[in-house]
Design a protein around this ligand. Structure first.
Ligand SMILES: NC(=O)c1ccc[n+]([C@@H]2O[C@H](COP(=O)([O-])OP(=O)(O)OC[C@H]3O[C@@H](n4cnc5c(N)ncnc54)[C@H](OP(=O)(O)O)[C@@H]3O)[C@@H](O)[C@H]2O)c1
Length: 361
């Protein structure tokens, strides 16, 4: 059993820990072998919010007496290799939330034909969406050729779908433009795609770094592109909604300050610029709100029912994934060692924006 661990307070410190596999499963447990997972800025946000949003609680690190090491959760596929659970046989393939490790012991609960939940005691208080595992063999159109796209885009595009749903449901707050900050992130690109598809939506402006500006413009999802060092290009006379994937406090405060009363609403979704979170004096807190996709999904499960939500979100995600084929380049690295070699580049935002990293174990 091998784990890739990160120091909870110092992202520069990582280590690979080997320990003996657990071979005596308890009744009701299964052992899965993690096959592959994606790794993007989203996973670095799990690190940054590890204590605040309990991401460290999903997969406690071993060999960790002082609790300073953590395991970042990832989205991927795993196969059941041993089972002491009557309804979950060895050989079953799962899609869901896994550790950066090659093995995991799980306790299937609420088993139905298409999915089950990990009922392990330490996960019971965590958001249900993260505890849910799809039994992919039961899916009528499961195609392993799409595994990489699914693990990369599912957690991001379901969020894009939810943000579009939230904004359109509020009639765009009557805005004349939407500014998406950290526009080259895949969650932003998915949202810009959703907005582009929607005739009721206002114009969408992509805000990004100099090095990603050409890429963002070339995707064709945004009506215009503005770089972080050219805030004077913002049309401050237009009523504006901001969707922020960056978490860059100074930048957002400057944009608020520039827009003043035309800053109608800011949705704080992400933290790609996780080292620069401190807000400045121009920040308008009372028209700003955090966005957490699992909460939105739970709300829509209640409003629409799970089936309608699944249908609407999955048809959107299929369209968005197909369109991503125009620009997305999947890069696959080998094993937890491959992840450790790329980890610093992901955490520092140094991978090309068009690239999506898959770790194959
Ligand atoms: N609230 C929710 O429920 C929810 C759900 C899903 C995702 N998210 C968040 O959405 C954000 C985007 O995730 P993603 O996986 O889509 O990102 P991604 O595709 O990996 O984004 C890469 C882009 O992020 C920026 N970036 C990344 N690291 C950086 C660094 N260290 N310094 C400066 N810029 C950096 C760069 O964009 P620019 O040059 O354009 O800034 C880079 O091109 C994450 O923070 C994620 O947690 C939130």
């Amino acid at each position: 059993m091998t784990e890739f661990q990160v120091h909870k307070k110092d992202i520069k410190q990582t280590r690979i820990v080997d320990r003996p596999s657990i071979n005596n499963l308890l009744a009701g447990q299964v052992k899965v072998k993690v096959d592959a997972f994606s790794f993007t800025a989203n996973n670095i946000t799990y690190w940054a919010m590890g204590d605040k949003l309990a991401y460290w609680q999903f997969f406690p690190a071993t060999d960790n007496v002082s609790a300073e090491w953590g395991i970042i959760p990832v989205w991927g596929f795993a196969d059941v290799v041993e089972s002491e659970h009557q309804e979950v046989p060895a050989g079953e393939r799962l899609f869901g939330y896994f550790p950066t490790a090659n093995e995991l012991i799980m306790s299937p609960a609420k088993v139905s034909s298409g999915l089950w939940f990990d009922g392990s005691a330490h996960r019971l208080d965590l958001p249900g969406g993260y505890n849910m595992y799809r039994r992919v063999a039961a899916e009528p159109n499961y195609n392993p050729a799409h595994d990489a796209l699914r693990m990369l885009l599912f957690p991001l595009h379901i969020t894009s779908f939810c943000i579009h749903d939230m904004l359109s449901n509020k009639n765009w707050f009557e805005a004349e433009q939407i500014i998406i900050v950290s526009a080259s992130s895949k969650t932003s690109l998915g949202l810009a795609f959703a907005i582009q598809e929607d005739e009721s939506a206002p114009d969408v402006v992509g805000m990004t770094s100099n090095r990603n500006a050409d890429f963002v413009a070339q995707t064709g999802y945004y009506q215009s592109t503005i770089t972080y060092d050219a805030l004077s290009e913002i049309k401050a006379n237009k009523k504006t909604v901001i969707v922020d994937m960056s978490g860059n406090g100074q930048l957002i405060s400057q944009i608020h300050d520039k827009l003043q009363d035309n800053m109608l609403f800011s949705s704080h979704v992400g933290l790609t610029h996780w080292e620069e979170t401190e807000k400045g004096s121009g920040y308008i807190a009372d028209r700003s709100q955090l966005f957490f996709a699992p909460s939105h999904i739970q709300q829509r499960y209640k409003d629409w029912g799970p089936e309608v939500f699944e249908k609407k979100s999955s048809t959107f995600m299929q369209r968005a994934a197909v369109d991503s084929g125009r620009w997305l380049q999947i890069a696959t690295v080998d094993g937890l060692l491959g992840l450790s070699e790329q980890f610093s580049a992901v955490s520092q935002g140094q991978l090309p924006a068009k690239q999506g990293l898959i770790v194959k174990l």
